[in-house]
Write a protein that binds this ligand. Structure first.
Ligand SMILES: Nc1ncnc2c1ncn2[C@@H]1O[C@H](COP(=O)(O)OP(=O)(O)O)[C@@H](O)[C@H]1O
Ligand SMILES: [Mg+2]
Length: 457
């Protein structure tokens, strides 16, 4: 056997995944019928899984299908190898293809082209509590899952207490899973997946659902699995978790591998990288743009202080929200506004244009580019979307346009200890994350010895 290939766990060769727009992929949307984890029998040798060509009318081998607008390339030309015992993080903006890649590696969906080779039992946790039967109790589901995953009853018996203890759902063990909260389901699902002693553990972002203490427990568990020489692949938006846990990070951008290597390097490339589709929206045809006879929305853009368009922001830096409008009718006081929403659907803030130059003043016809700056150290890390509304203030109050989810962006935490997280490396909840001023008064035996920070407020 070729020595250099001996410890290869995964090989992905030039895979592509194509979705036909408007046609739902059956495999994906019937997750309820699929189990959340798949346990594979150990393979004696590297075994090839060749995909079926599902899209015979698309020329997969050239860029022939590239400009067709009825198909979407969720993944394209993705190749990499993972060695046994590597802990690999997968990052990228929403829609980059991360979940699709994990689904292919878990064999929940086949690639449209290319092949994957996997050596070892794979256990994966891809979506929240999908492997559970709602009418069965937690206990019954643990056994059901274990059996589906190829475990013998004695094996499950042996692991049962550990699984239950890890999940923390003891008191609900004999309650039907349909009464569980999504957090409880994730706890149990992760516990089952992680305690199977898989050779390869694959975990999507599902852990974001659980509480912070549980997330940390899961991170530790994954780290433990990795340190035992088993392979771990996981997707996370938490850059501190990624850099803390992984020895290698793969960055996906619009279905392609944009970077693959040392975690800090890849993460900073992600922070720097610009991806215009979610960070900018432009309406070329003004007559079809949002708005009415007074104002039309020409464009929206997210930018850094140095005017670079991007959808990934360093948590410490300001985020410029640029609203470009065309005023068509004279005599109106107008109010551009935008609102920021986090991934839990919480409206984090609403911003109204308060530029003194145009406050209470009618804007003559012409093009205006209005930028509101969200300060650095204000939003928490995570994914956000942007809505924008334009109000006519005078002579009559009226809404010219209201556009929702028009832009999307990520706020990524700093790794240098100078953000609001300081030296804390775990997960931090919260809608905002201001960098506070702190002061300390130190008493030694009741006597004030030092007071640091007060002058800085
Ligand atoms: N079942 C599906 N049918 C059609 N398009 C899909 C399906 N699943 C994912 N996509 C599309 O594929 C792209 C990649 O999605 P996904 O892998 O979920 O990205 P990520 O996990 O990185 O956010 C997206 O544009 C998404 O809309
Ligand atoms: Mg995903």
């Amino acid at each position: 056997m070729n020595g250099s290939k001996r410890d290869l766990a995964i090989r992905v060769e030039d895979i592509a995944k194509v979705y036909r727009l408007g046609v739902k992929d059956e495999m994906h949307d019937t997750f309820g019928k699929t189990v959340m984890s798949f346990l594979r029998k150990p393979l004696k040798n590297l075994k090839k899984y060749k995909s079926l060509y599902q899209f015979d009318d698309i020329d997969m081998d050239s860029s022939g299908g590239a400009d067709r607008d009825d198909i979407l390339w969720a993944l394209r030309g993705v190749s990499f190898e993972v060695r046994q015992g590597e802990v690999v993080g997968i990052i990228g903006t929403n829609g980059a293809g991360k979940s699709t890649l994990l689904k292919i590696l878990s064999r929940i969906t086949p690639p449209s082209r290319g092949e994957i080779m996997i050596r070892g039992r794979v256990s994966s946790l891809l979506e929240v509590g999908t492997g559970f039967h709602p009418e069965l109790t937690g206990r019954e589901n643990v056994y059901l899952n274990g059996t589906i995953l190829g475990m013998r009853k004695a094996e499950i018996d042996r692991k049962f207490d550990e699984i239950v203890e890890f999940s923390g759902v003891e008191t609900f063990l004999d309650t039907p899973v349909k009464r569980y909260s999504s957090g409880m389901r994730v706890r149990l699902a992760f516990a089952v997946a992680a305690h199977l002693e898989p050779e390869i553990l694959i975990v999507d972002e599902v852990l974001a659902v659980g509480d912070v203490a549980f997330q940390r427990k899961c991170m530790n568990k994954m780290q433990e699995v990795g340190s035992q020489g088993r392979t771990v692949l996981f997707v996370s938006h938490s850059m501190p978790a990624i850099t803390r846990m992984c020895e290698r990070v793969i960055l996906l951008d619009r279905g392609q591998v944009a970077a693959d290597g040392e975690p800090h390097q890849v993460v900073s490339e992600y922070i720097r990288g610009s991806r215009e589709s979610a960070a900018e929206k432009r309406w070329e045809d003004l007559s079809a743009a949002p708005g009415g006879k007074v104002v039309r929305l020409r464009a929206l853009r997210l930018k850094t202080e140095d005017q670079r368009t991007t959808d990934a922001f360093d948590i410490r830096r300001p985020i410029g929200v640029e609203i470009e409008i065309e005023v068509l009718e004279d005599g109106h006081v107008i109010l551009p506004t935008f609102s920021v929403w986090n991934s839990e659907g919480i409206n984090v803030c609403v911003a109204v244009d308060v530029d003194p130059a145009w406050r209470k003043r009618a804007r003559p016809p012409g093009r205006y580019v209005c930028t509101g700056w969200i300060p650095g150290n204000f939003l928490a890390e995570g994914a956000f979307t942007l809505n924008t509304t334009l109000w006519l203030q005078e002579p009559v109050r009226n809404q010219e346009y209201h556009v929702t989810d028009v832009l999307a962006f990520h706020v990524i935490d700093s790794l240098e200890g100078d953000s609001a997280r300081g030296d804390y490396v775990g997960d931090l909840p919260g809608v905002t994350r201001p960098l506070l001023k702190w002061e300390t008064v130190y008493y030694e035996e009741g006597r004030e010895v030092s007071r640091i920070g007060r002058a800085a407020i």
